[in-house]
Design a protein. Structure first.
Length: 201
């Protein structure tokens, strides 16, 4: 059974075995009062701030495609150095916790996030090196409250943009790249496209 967005098995959580929808979508309180709880901004030059940063592997976004399912012959995929492009992937909402924005070291939703990264970003591993940053995403509740939602998504976007700028400066080296995203991540990918004129590439 695939994990639900809480990071547990679908069907776990609330009364009767289902998610606790009331708690999930409840207002999270005063935004400004929570700022320190979101933790420091990620330093994208240090380990642990990326789900994947262009390396080879056999798990996550480097899952090998099945026989005849893409990539090279026999389900193989090229080594990252042999791929003609990169993908910068921004994952969807996976945090359903009690804060407006998720601290980077939050463990509760890690399984769900890694599931998205593996299932979605791996679609590109036949042709692209994969770059998937961690960021202090907005909680799902933020999508239903305009004032706090704007604060939370602006906050998360600042991390995504910082990660993208770090990728351009340190990893891209003039290679073609694709922006890929899903759900909340697409809010930030669209903003990156709109802001590209402000980023020197």
């Amino acid at each position: 059974m695939a994990p639900d967005e809480s990071g547990g098995e679908a069907g776990e959580g609330g009364a009767g075995g289902g998610p606790d929808w009331a708690a999930m979508f409840a207002h999270k309180g005063d935004y400004a009062a929570q700022l320190e709880k979101f933790g420091p901004a990620p330093d994208y030059g240090t380990p642990g701030t990326w789900y994947w940063r262009g390396q080879a592997g056999t798990k996550g976004p480097e899952l090998q495609p099945p026989e005849g399912g893409g990539g090279g012959a026999g389900g193989e995929r090229p080594a990252p150095a042999d791929r003609p492009a990169d993908v910068f992937y921004v994952h969807p909402t996976s945090y359903l916790g009690s804060l407006w924005n998720m601290p980077i070291d939050e463990a509760e939703c890690r399984r769900a996030t890694e599931y998205y990264v593996a299932c979605e970003a791996s679609a590109f591993n036949g042709s692209c090196r994969v770059f998937a940053p961690k960021f202090r995403q907005a909680c799902i509740t933020a999508m239903g409250y305009p004032a706090e939602g704007k604060l939370a998504t602006d906050f998360a976007y600042a991390d995504v943009r910082k990660a993208f700028e770090h990728y351009l400066a340190n990893d891209n080296q003039g290679r073609p790249f694709v922006l890929a995203s899903h759900s909340q991540g697409s809010l930030y990918a669209i903003r990156l496209m709109l802001d590209l004129s402000l980023i020197h590439i």
